[in-house]
Design a protein around this ligand. Structure first.
Ligand code: ZN
Length: 238
């Protein structure tokens, strides 16, 4: 792991079954609490279905930039720092007026990763820009609905007698936005994988740790889930 190249890391994450990355995203959600494996799978699947369904309502063959313009979303570019308190920012969506903001340094960092031999072929794009715009278009569409995806799938995070505290999981919209972009652009995997390229550009060790955390989530699951049904414990970090 210590010397793994970016290509090797991307290949390893992409070679695991496609829904593992979305499940990991739910499992990592800071509000996910003690969701069990079947609940994580159900929520990830619901988010993927929602993202794909939203993409299928749009006309085929238009670029995300053209779609954003038709939907009245402006696209802006920011030169701001992308590393804030250990979190890397690549793009965001703002309401009133609706606009997508792309961070130039993040775009350049991801594009450098995509330019490494073999990486763009695995992911299915040579450029971050259309992927990030498409991702943010999903947030625009989601927020325009009477209830957002996260509101429709709130989980019980706290229970005390008759009192149930319901919580929204931010990861669900991120999973859906990624699948939306993948459907629109014909990507070969969930574009959450672009985060790995961004991390790599900042610090390869950070990227290697990201993959190690993903594999520690997903590999015990693969080893123990040969049969059907049944509740399997996920051995974290094992
Ligand atoms: Zn997002």
């Amino acid at each position: 792991m210590t010397d793994a190249s970016l290509y090797e890391l991307v290949r390893r994450v992409a070679s695991v079954e496609p829904d593992a990355l979305p499940r990991w995203m739910v499992g990592n959600d800071r509000y996910a609490g003690r969701l069990d494996e079947s609940e994580i799978s159900r929520l990830a699947a619901a988010a993927l279905t929602d993202g794909e369904g939203a993409a299928r309502t749009l006309p085929i063959g238009k670029s995300p930039e053209a779609l954003a313009s038709e939907l009245g979303i402006s696209v802006e570019y920011a030169d701001a720092a992308i590393d804030v308190a250990g979190h890397l920012f690549s793009a965001d969506y703002r309401l009133k007026p609706p606009r997508v903001r792309l961070y130039r340094r993040a775009l350049a960092a991801i594009d450098r990763g995509l330019a490494e031999p073999g990486v763009a072929e695995i992911i299915g794009t040579a450029s971050a820009q259309p992927v990030l715009i498409a991702h943010e278009i999903y947030h625009h569409l989601d927020l325009a609905r009477p209830t957002t995806l996260a509101q429709r799938h709130r989980i019980t995070s706290f229970r005390l007698g008759p009192l149930h505290l319901k919580t929204e999981l931010p990861s669900l919209a991120e999973i859906a936005a990624g699948r939306f972009a993948a459907t629109l652009l014909g990507l070969h995997c969930h574009p959450k994988l672009l985060d790995l390229l961004l991390l790599w550009d900042s610090d390869p060790e950070w990227a290697r740790n990201w993959v190690a955390a993903f594999e520690s989530f997903v590999l015990p699951l693969r080893r123990t889930c040969g049969g059907e049904g049944g509740a399997h414990r996920i051995a974290m970090g094992g």
